[in-house]
Design a protein around this ligand. Structure first.
Ligand code: PLP
Length: 394
């Protein structure tokens, strides 16, 4: 430990992965654990995408790729941005990376100087804060709650801005709350940002297609925000391709150029076979993946109905992604079956040990009154998990 850098010693371990590891441990002891902690679709990658990868192997795609991605993939991304989001980018504005996680890390590394503040509306995706810190930035949490649908207001945004604010990062649809900003709500936030032209927006749209309420809105879609918004997206979630590791950005050219330079020294271009397969994935009409979205929609209804049937959980109706984020603070201060519940971590551990259901504490997302439950699991698993939770709390 003493021989390691301050950088790594001050980094928190990913709590979603930590929970998954703990669940695996209990499984190895023979416990029947239902895992509702991971942010990973439980579907196989669609066959038409797998076939494109096999074709790429047979076509001998095996060399280093351009650092920022194959030109054909960049063109597929440009078409996708135009088709789905009405955003116009050219090749100089696109960078393909090893997952949206690397896209985000690149942006942090190339934009932040030590001490620069990054606004993170809570709850935010676990890795945002750690990536920002790694780049020597300062994460600044902007709290929200179940009562406000986990959305920040323009007034809150304005009050959080300081002379050191360099960026704001958010995901919509949001991991972990499932909330989706409407175009009108984004416009209201943009109206505040308009007064602070140096602030860069990182709009993480990786759950774009998993949206149950209507049209997806992009911050870069506003003309006055386009030049300072980085749109992050990827194929992990909607295409069930988490392990393929492809993410990408559409960004102002100077940021894309800098990300290309950064990536060139750290990882080089993303995996060649995966890149070829993603060309096929993005070229396909969205209808090719709608069966997965429909399934998530049915599960969402199921899990909300079951949660509403358990006393003590206060839940919003998530509008996108595949998580519910109930407030469970009514259990704080209670002792249940010998477990003292002081906070969300205690509650999440209680569920793991007494109900054998893995969830993630809201602490990991900057919201210590909630837990995240993923419904990327079968209806049978969801039903069984919620019945066990109800029983453990009865
Ligand atoms: N952004 C959000 C909001 C996520 O939930 C995730 C994955 O959990 C990512 C980015 C990273 O995705 P990728 O698998 O492309 O690295």
């Amino acid at each position: 430990q003493e021989k390691l850098s301050n950088r790594i010693n001050s980094m928190a371990t990913s709590q979603t992965l930590a929970m998954a590891a703990k669940a695996r441990e209990l499984k190895a002891e023979g416990k029947d654990i239902i895992g509702l902690s991971l942010g990973e679709p439980d579907f196989n990658t669609p066959d038409f995408i797998k076939e494109a990868a096999i074709q790429a192997i047979n076509d001998n795609y095996n060399s280093y790729t351009p650092v920022d991605g194959y030109v054909e993939l960049k063109d597929a991304i440009i078409n996708k941005f135009k088709r789905d989001n009405n955003l116009t980018y050219d090749r100089s504005q696109i960078v393909v990376s090893t997952g949206a996680k690397q896209s985000l890390a690149n942006v942090a590394m190339v934009v932040l100087n030590p001490g620069d503040e990054v606004l993170l509306p809570c709850p935010y995706w676990v890795s945002y804060a750690e990536i920002v810190k790694l780049a020597e930035g300062v994460p600044v949490e902007v709290p929200t709650s179940v009562e406000t649908d986990f959305k920040i207001t323009p007034e809150q945004l304005e009050a959080s801005i300081t002379p050191k604010t360099k960026m704001i990062w958010y995901s919509s649809p949001c991991n972990p709350s499932g909330m989706v900003y409407s175009k009108k709500e984004l416009r209201a936030l943009a109206d505040v940002l308009k007064k602070y032209p140096d602030i860069i927006v990182v709009s993480d749209e990786i759950y774009e297609h998993i949206n149950f309420v209507g049209d997806h809105a992009s911050m870069a879609g506003f003309e006055d925000m386009y030049d300072r918004t980085v749109t992050v997206n990827g194929v992990s979630k909607a295409f069930a391709m988490t392990g393929w590791r492809i993410g990408y950005i559409g960004a102002p050219a100077y940021i894309a150029r800098a990300c290309n330079k950064m990536q060139g020294q750290i990882t080089s271009g993303a995996n060649c076979i995966a890149q070829r397969a993603v060309i096929t994935a993005l070229d396909a009409p969205v209808s090719k993946i709608s069966h997965m979205i429909d399934t998530f929609k049915n599960r969402r209804k199921l899990i909300i109905d079951l949660l509403n049937d358990i006393q003590g959980f206060v839940t919003t109706e998530p509008e996108g992604a595949f998580y519910v984020f109930p407030n469970i603070s009514s259990f704080f201060g209670k002792t249940i079956k010998g477990h003292e519940i002081l906070n969300a971590t205690d509650f999440s551990l209680f569920l793991l040990e007494e109900a054998n259901v893995a969830t993630v504490t809201g602490d990991a997302f900057g919201n210590p009154e909630c837990i995240r439950i993923s419904y990327a699991a079968s209806e049978d698993q969801i039903t069984e998990a919620l019945s066990r939770i109800k029983k453990a709390l009865s």
